[in-house]
Design a protein around this ligand. Structure first.
Ligand code: SF4
Length: 326
C-alpha cells in the first residue's frame, strides 16, 4: 500500500485512507454549509482541502466575507476567535480547541491592563499597537491591531506625540522600530518557532548555497533577520518569490516549515530549504500541528469544538475592523 507523506512528515496516512477522509470532509462540508479557512502553517493536506489559505490578515478578511453558516478555522485559537468576532451569527469551529500560541500566551490581558495603568499613572501618553497574535481580551485593550502585512501602515497612523506600546512580539517590534524609525515600548514576548532559528546553521546553509537567497519572517530575532535578503510576513514572502522570475533559485526560508508547502505549490520551479532551528530541525509549530485531517472531519461531523461568543468580542471587533478591514 502506498503512503502519503504530508508536508510536516509527522502525519503519515495511507493514501487510500487519506482520500476517503478527504471525501468524507467534502461531503460533510456540503452538508453543514461550511467554508474551510487554513493558515499557511497548517499541514499541506489541510491547505490543499481548504477553500481559502492565507496569513492572519488575509484569513481575517476572508472570514468577514464568508457566506456559509459555518466556518471551520484551521489555525490557532486567536485566529478562530477573530473569525467569530467578525461573524457573530456564524458557527466557528476550531478542529482542536487546544491549538494555542506561545506568542499570544506571552501577553495575558490582566498583565497588559496593569502595565497600561502604570504608564498612565506615570503620565505617559501612548497608544497600544497589538500584533494579531493575541487573545480577544488583549485586542479589546488595544488601540490598533496589526499583522506583519500591515504593521508599517498602521504605525504611521499613531500620532507622533504618542508613545507606542507594542505587544506582544519583541522581535517584530524591534523590526518595526528599524523600518519606521519610531521608538517603541516593547512587550517581552516571542514566538517559540521563530525564536529558535540557528544562526550557525543558517550561515552553514548559506555557505553551501552561495547564490541562494534568504527570506525571513519578522518574528525572527535580529541576528537571523540581518542575514536575510528579504524580511516579510508569509504573504509578502509569496510576493517576493513570485517576483524572482523564471530562473530556478535556491531559497532558504526562515519561518514555520509548512510555509514551504505553499511556496512549492505556487512557485514550484525554485528549490526551498528550511532554515534549521536550534532545538528542532523541522521548525513546526506544535500548536498548528494539533489540527489534523481527522479532527477537521470530526469537528464538521460533531459541530464542535465551537468558539463561543464572548461579550468582550464586541470591543475587540471594533479595534480589528478599524485596523484591518477599513
Ligand atoms: S508559529 Fe508561533 S506565532 Fe504562529 S501560532 Fe505557532 S507559536 Fe504562535
Amino acid at each position: 500500500m502506498s503512503s502519503a507523506v504530508t508536508s510536516s512528515r509527522l502525519h503519515v496516512i495511507p493514501l487510500d485512507a487519506q482520500e476517503a477522509l478527504e471525501e468524507e470532509i467534502l461531503a460533510l462540508k456540503a452538508r453543514e454549509d461550511a467554508t474551510i479557512l487554513a493558515h499557511y502553517y497548517q499541514d499541506g493536506t489541510i491547505q490543499e482541502l481548504a477553500d481559502f489559505t492565507g496569513d492572519s490578515l488575509s484569513l481575517a478578511r476572508a472570514a468577514s466575507r464568508v457566506s456559509t453558516g459555518t466556518i471551520v478555522f484551521c489555525g490557532v485559537h486567536f485566529m478562530a476567535e477573530t473569525a467569530k468576532m467578525l461573524n457573530p451569527d456564524k458557527r466557528v469551529l476550531l478542529p482542536d480547541l487546544l491549538a494555542g500560541c506561545s506568542l499570544a500566551d506571552s501577553c495575558p490581558a490582566d498583565k497588559l491592563a496593569a502595565y497600561q495603568e502604570s504608564l498612565r499613572a506615570s503620565g505617559v501618553r501612548f497608544q497600544t499597537v497589538t500584533y494579531i497574535n493575541s487573545s480577544a481580551a488583549v485586542k479589546a485593550l488595544s488601540d490598533w491591531i496589526v499583522t506583519s502585512g500591515n504593521a508599517v501602515e498602521i504605525i504611521r497612523r499613531v500620532p507622533p506625540d504618542h508613545e507606542i506600546l507594542f505587544v506582544p512580539d519583541r522581535h517584530l517590534g524591534s523590526y518595526l522600530e528599524e523600518v519606521t524609525g519610531r521608538d517603541m515600548i516593547l512587550w517581552d514576548g516571542s514566538c517559540m518557532v521563530h525564536e529558535v532559528f540557528s544562526v550557525r546553521d543558517l550561515l552553514r546553509l548559506k555557505k553551501k548555497l552561495p547564490q541562494g537567497l534568504v527570506i525571513a519572517h519578522p518574528e525572527c530575532p535580529a541576528n537571523i533577520r540581518e542575514h536575510a535578503d528579504f524580511v516579510g510576513g508569509t504573504e509578502a514572502m509569496l510576493r517576493f518569490v513570485r517576483e524572482l522570475g523564471p530562473e530556478p533559485r535556491d531559497v532558504m526560508v526562515a519561518t514555520e516549515a509548512n510555509m514551504l508547502w505553499q511556496l512549492q505549490q505556487t512557485h514550484p520551479h525554485h528549490r526551498y530549504h528550511p532554515v534549521p532551528g536550534i532545538t528542532c530541525a523541522c521548525n513546526l509549530c506544535p500548536h498548528m500541528a494539533r489540527n489534523t485531517l481527522a479532527k477537521v472531519r470530526d469537528c464538521l461531523r460533531d459541530g464542535q469544538p465551537e468558539i463561543a461568543w464572548n461579550p468582550l468580542f464586541e470591543k475587540a471587533r471594533e479595534v480589528v475592523e478599524r485596523s484591518l478591514l477599513r
